[in-house]
Design a binder for this molecule. Structure first.
Ligand code: B16
Ligand code: MG
Length: 220
């Protein structure tokens, strides 16, 4: 039976649906640059850092841009994204998330945020979820984006758990790769076909009660 000391949560796509705001903000930039950018293209940006996301977007164009221009584009996209997230409210926490965080608290299971977003603190504040986390590891604290395990290993260290005593909740294939590289089991949130590398996949936290979810994780 597995011991679970810490639950580590990705932010975008697990706690809230900020992927849509990332899409709107990237799409505005893409339109201005004359690049065709679809929802399918946006899937490739999930869990990827801001500059890596920009590189993926620009690879859809034949034009070559300087480093200076790229920094301006990233800044422009982020300003647009921040306009969306500063309007977010508690109602945007995905179903079942707050209940599961409360369940972890009751059971003495530590909780950590493991996101590569540099806007994670702003989002947690808007969602009023800051008090639910023992540790917040975000893009301002890590050098390497997922699939590197750094963000999750820091979450384990800050909550005093060994990697094998943690479980990661992730909505991105690259995020699950990061969890595996950290030596942690991973629960996929979303589509089982896309998240084929997860230990098991649920559609969302409303699907199971806290004790059912933890009991299932303890078995693998
Ligand atoms: P920012 P996560 C990731 O967050 C997003 O999935 C990804 O799409 C985004 O590019 C990245 O954060 C950086 O975000 O531009 O706000 O620093 O999934 O690790 O919570
Ligand atoms: Mg995510």
């Amino acid at each position: 039976m597995r011991t679970i000391k810490t639950c580590i949560f990705d932010l975008d796509g697990v706690i809230c649906d900020t992927a849509k705001y990332h899409f709107y903000a990237w799409k505005t930039l893409a339109d201005r640059l004359g690049i065709i950018f679809t929802h399918k293209d946006n899937e490739r940006l999930k869990g990827v850092s801001r500059m890596e996301s920009l590189e993926i977007l620009l690879s859809l164009s034949d034009k070559i841009y300087t480093t200076g221009e790229k920094l301006v584009f990233a800044e422009e996209k982020n300003k647009n994204y921040v306009d969306y997230i500063t309007k977010m409210g508690k109602d945007e926490v995905l179903p079942g998330v707050t209940e599961f965080l409360e369940y972890c608290r009751e059971q003495g299971i530590k909780t950590a945020l493991g996101s590569v977003s540099r806007n994670a603190e702003t989002i947690l504040k808007r969602l009023k979820l800051e008090p639910y986390f023992d540790a917040v590891i975000d893009g301002t604290k890590v050098v390497n984006a997922k699939p590197d395990p750094e963000v999750f290993l820091k979450g384990a260290a800050e909550t005093g758990a060994k990697p094998e005593e943690c479980v990661v909740f992730e909505d991105a294939f690259t995020g699950i790769q990061a969890a595996k590289a950290a030596g942690m089991p991973a629960v996929g949130i979303g589509d089982a076909k896309v998240l084929s590398n997860a230990d098991f996949v649920i559609r969302g936290f409303e699907e199971l009660r806290g004790e059912q979810l933890i009991a299932r994780i303890r078995q693998f």
